[in-house]
Design a protein around this ligand. Structure first.
Ligand code: AMP
Ligand code: GLY
Length: 421
């Protein structure tokens, strides 16, 4: 089987490595991939905004299955487009992708189907939003409606901050804005909950806790994710039932009312308050770095599972997991999430040896004449699976010290809530 993977991050390298293990897969193409995927797949440089060129490549090369990693092509309708040409593609269609593409779409669905979420208001102009803010409690959460690579969310502690957020959003910082969302601030602990869907049924696909802030102690600016661990310390049977019955199933019912079946990964970003789940946001894909954290524990053939989803056969497909703890630390370029230098060599990377149950997934890397260069903010993901989170973290930090890349940094405290010192 020939498989194509769309995307270039750590998530896509992890998917690529997992698919590579299958005896049924002979060739993998990555669009465009990174220096890590280049070792095990064919990286193809294609303008992903041009669906026609991509479709022609897929048909010319007889690729049997396409897996879409990031949200942007999904929200732009890549699945609908490729399916018109009878291409098997794993990911939700354009209507379903609004779960991530429009926060207001999701909030309205929550309202209609009684899905627990933070109380909210939708505002169509800055005056009304500011009038509302005058009489609200702080902190308050202000969100741009559209995709903003995790940056369109403001947690404002006072009126001045809130007004600044409203102005930035309506001034178009995240693209043209006709509306914004003001939300009640929920106090609890976050959890990422994953499911995999074939349009008819779904199965659980693990839990994780992500560390989004750049500094240790979960301080500083929001990033794409500095590290994660799996499983989340919050998950238990009762909570899992509540998440499925109160959040996931009603969402699928809501989509079904719109004539839409969900196929792909679904990532529910939840706030857990006293063992009760509240939906913060949906993502219509795997998380990054949660994907890198979860996939090494998968003890089944990922290509079988994904193909089964594209053929509505998930019910008969087993998904087995290693009963292990997994932890991921992300190595970033100095300066991230603000400005950072590009094209810096990671000198010792080629000599780094990985032991059993140790994984290295590339993100923002590029390969030139046999040397590896950092070209993005998040550069490498180090993952270890062990019986114990502390042991896993210690092993990773040892590797990072050997690599000793002075142009990068990482958080030493990933998983601090599950690691007692
Ligand atoms: P989002 O992009 O919607 O996931 O928001 C980014 C981050 O902002 C989340 O991971 C939370 O840490 C925080 N956040 C978003 N909405 C809320 C809320 N209503 N209450 C508390 N924190 C929130
Ligand atoms: N780890 C957060 C995300 O993938 O959106």
């Amino acid at each position: 089987m020939k498989v194509g993977i769309i995307g270039s991050g750590g998530r896509e390298h992890a998917i690529c490595q997992s698919i590579k293990k299958s005896a049924k897969v002979d060739t993998i193409f990555c669009f465009p991939g990174n220096a890590g995927t280049k070792e095990i797949a064919k990286n193809i440089q294609i303008d992903l905004k041009n669906f026609k060129i991509l479709k022609d490549f897929i048909l010319d090369n007889r690729i049997d299955l396409i897996i879409v990693g990031p949200e942007k092509p999904l929200v732009d309708g890549i699945v609908d487009y490729l399916e018109k040409f009878k291409i098997k593609v794993f990911g939700p269609n354009k209507i379903a992708s609004q779960l991530e593409g429009s926060k207001i779409f999701t909030k309205k669905l929550c309202e209609k189907f009684n899905i627990p979420t933070a109380k909210f208001g939708i505002f169509k102009n800055r005056d009304n939003a500011k009038k509302f803010i005058k009489n609200t409690n702080f902190p308050v959460v202000i969100k741009a409606d559209n995709l903003a690579s995790g940056k369109g969310v403001y947690i404002s502690n006072n009126k001045i901050e809130a007004y600044g957020a409203i102005d930035e959003i309506f001034d178009g910082k995240f693209g043209k804005a006709n509306k914004l969302l003001v939300e009640e601030f929920l106090v609890g602990e976050e959890m990422s909950f994953f499911t995999i869907h074939d349009g008819k049924i779904f199965k659980n696909f693990g839990t994780a806790q992500d560390h989004k802030r750049v500094l240790e102690g979960d301080k500083g600016k929001n990033t794409g994710g500095m590290g994660a661990y799996s499983p989340s310390r919050l998950i238990n049977d009762e909570l899992e039932k509540k998440i499925i019955n109160k959040i996931i199933q009603p969402t699928l019912n809501g989509l079904s009312d719109l004539g839409c079946q969900y196929k792909g990964f679904l990532y529910a970003g939840l706030m857990i308050v006293d063992n009760e789940p509240y939906l913060i946001e949906y993502n219509v894909r795997m998380g990054d770095p949660e994907c890198q954290t979860i996939l090494p524990k998968l003890n089944s053939d990922l290509s079988d599972i994904i193909l089964a989803c594209c053929e509505e056969r998930l019910k008969e497909t087993k998904i087995n997991w290693l009963n292990k703890k997994s932890l991921c630390i992300v190595l970033c370029s100095n300066g991230y999430p603000d400005n950072y230098k590009k094209n810096i060599e990671i000198e010792k990377l080629k000599n780094l040896e990985l032991g059993n149950n140790e994984f290295l997934f590339h993100a923002g890397t590029s390969d030139k004449k046999g040397k590896i260069y950092a070209v993005g903010g998040r550069v490498l993901n180090f993952v270890t699976i062990e019986d114990d989170f502390k042991f896993a973290r210690d092993k990773i930090i040892k590797k990072l010290k050997i690599l000793n890349w002075s142009d990068g940094f990482y958080r030493n405290d990933i998983g601090y809530k599950v690691i007692k010192l």
